[in-house]
Structures are given as C-alpha cells and as structure tokens.
Design a protein around this ligand. Structure first.
Ligand SMILES: [Zn+2]
Length: 333
C-alpha cells in the first residue's frame, strides 16, 4: 500500500534532476501538477492571486487573498471535531493521485494541494500521533538541511495546525516569507542579543508586531540543547506543549531557527459577528509576514490597524515575553 504511494525514482526523473532530496521535491511538484487536476488548478490559481502590501516602517506584512485556504483558516480544531473526521494526513486516507517521497522511513513528503507558497510541501509522520515538536525537532533540522531551497515550518496543535492529531511539518520555497529578507536588518538594528559565543548566537526581536527569538548555529548538538532550553522555559498550556510556531532554514552551513511564542489560537476578530468578522488563523506563515485571507471581504477591508491587533493578540505579549527571556537566561547560564 505504502510502496504504491511512494513515487519511484525512474518516474520522478522524468520531471527533473533527482540526485538530492531538494531536487526530488521540485520534481514531485512538477509530477503532481501534471497528473493531479486539483493540484494543477490550485497552483495555477496561485500565480494570479491578489496581494496587498502593508508597510510598518522597518518591515511589511503582505495580505494574500487565497480562497482555497478556507478549510484551513476556518478549520475546527477542537478534539470533538477532530475525532469525528477521517485524518487527512494518514497514508490510507490520501487521495489516489497523491504521490510521496520517503524521508528516512519516518515521514512522507507530499505536495500541499492547497498552496500558499509557489512550491508548498506537507511532511507528515508515517504514524498517526499528535503534533508535539520536542521529539521531532532533530528531524526539522535534518529536513531543512536537505531541503536547502525551502523554509521548514511547524505549527503547534493550538497554533494554527489544521491536523493537530497527526504530527507534520510543512515547507515552502525560500525567500517567499518577508521575514527571511528582513531578518538581517532586524538582527542588526532591532534585536537584543541574548547569547553570543563561538558557534551560537541567540537574539530576540520585540518591535515587530509579534515577538520572536532566533537561534543561529552550525552545530546540531548546540542547537538541540538550546532549543530544549527555549522550550522548557516557555509557559506550558494545560499540560500540553508551550504554544509556538517555528520557522527553520539552512543557509551557508548555518541553521536559523525562528521561534514565535504564542498567546492564543485565534484573534478576537475571528469571533466577531457579521461585518466585523475576519476569517484568519495565524500560524507560521502569517508570523513570517504573509497573512492568508480566504475571503474577499476580509482582504478588501484589512488595514494596518487590524493587522497590528491580530499579531499583538495571538503572540506572547510584551511582559510575558520579557519574563520568558529572563527565565530562559537563568536556566541557560
Ligand atoms: Zn493521521
């Protein structure tokens, strides 16, 4: 069953070079666009998607009007709704047209049929078990190292993941999220350096509508160790993992891991009635600077002020963020 799902290298090589995982991923996207109508249509639609850019001085937020994302943005992720639907990431429930790459006999690499990025992957664990990053963070580093033209991202179970019951990453092509181009300037002019020693830098950015911490390192063990400290100093939520979104990419032999501690799943705007409602489900993509809005009305009426309110509400607020930095540094030193 699973063997039929995984595309053979001879089939894949018809769609481009396949000597690295990175190349295989691009070839898979081509293959799926040619053989799966839904993918062909949705990627074509993405090429003339409407966007609006909102300037915030030293950074910008891009609103993307993407009707195909409605099921994700409005997804019910409470445990009752989740238990009543078939899991769309379990291998046996994937559509027949969907083909996969095998990553270390542990994950499938799939093309996301409802893209936000021009090249958008979903990377589910083979096994059905909940979204919980700690044990899989090493895989995130390895995936981002091998998928060098992608940013790999993780959404916590109550932080925008539409399948909180089935562990998965996603990946999108590099240089698409505004944060990637803004990171150097943010680091230089708007950051507080928490740790800087040989092979490791950790800095925090606070004046960015949302607050985040970035770990820069070329040493896997150093990074794993630091991530554990970050994770365990964040507030737990009802016995579950701390609320967070993570972006990770590998460039010039270094990883950059950007961690956004969260406060809430959805902003109050989501729960407003009628005209005032904004259907938005902030996750790693939104925190990276692309606000996905499935509804035309929301796209037309969104403003700098509403964007500020949404980002401020869903991410860890200033006092909590300061407090967390203190406890992180205490544990780390
Ligand atoms: Zn599943």
């Amino acid at each position: 069953m699973l063997e039929q799902r995984i595309i053979s290298s001879s089939e894949l090589s018809k769609f481009g070079p396949v000597s690295t995982l990175n190349e295989q991923a691009f070839a898979l996207v081509k293959q799926q666009r040619e053989t799966w109508e839904l993918v062909r249509k949705n990627y074509e639609a993405l090429s003339d998607v409407q966007t609006r850019s909102f300037d915030f001085g030293h950074f910008k937020i891009i609103a993307q009007h993407n009707p195909g994302r409605i099921r994700s943005s409005a997804a019910k992720v409470d445990s009752k709704s989740i238990s009543e639907r078939p899991c769309f990431l379990c291998p046996e429930n994937l559509p027949p047209e969907q083909k996969a790459l095998n990553f270390q006999n542990k994950f499938l690499i799939l093309v996301n049929p409802f893209p936000v990025f021009p090249v958008h992957l979903t990377i589910p664990l083979l096994e059905h078990r909940p979204q919980e990053i700690l044990n899989f963070f090493p895989d995130m580093l390895e995936l981002s190292r091998q998928l060098e033209d992608f940013t790999v991202f993780y959404n916590g179970p109550q932080c925008g993941a539409s399948a909180p019951d089935h562990f998965h990453f996603q990946a999108g092509n590099r240089e698409f999220l505004p944060i990637e181009n803004e990171l150097e300037t943010l680091e230089k002019n708007h950051s507080e350096v928490l740790v800087h020693k040989r092979g490791l830098k950790i800095f925090a950015v606070k004046n960015y509508l949302r607050r985040f911490v970035c770990i820069v390192s070329s040493h896997r063990t150093e990074l794993l160790n630091t991530f554990h400290h970050v994770y365990s100093s964040l507030p737990e939520k009802n016995g579950n993992e701390p609320m967070l979104n993570i972006l990770c990419f590998f460039e010039k032999e270094e990883w950059r891991v950007i961690i956004f501690p969260r406060e809430k799943l959805r902003p109050s705007h989501f729960y407003e009635i009628a005209e005032k409602q904004v259907v938005v489900s902030p996750a790693a993509v939104e925190l990276g600077g692309i606000m996905v809005l499935p509804r035309q009305k929301d796209f037309d009426s969104i403003s700098n002020q509403i964007i500020s309110e949404i980002y401020n509400e869903v991410t860890l607020p200033f006092p909590g963020f300061e407090h967390w930095i203190k406890s992180f540094l205490n544990a780390y030193r």
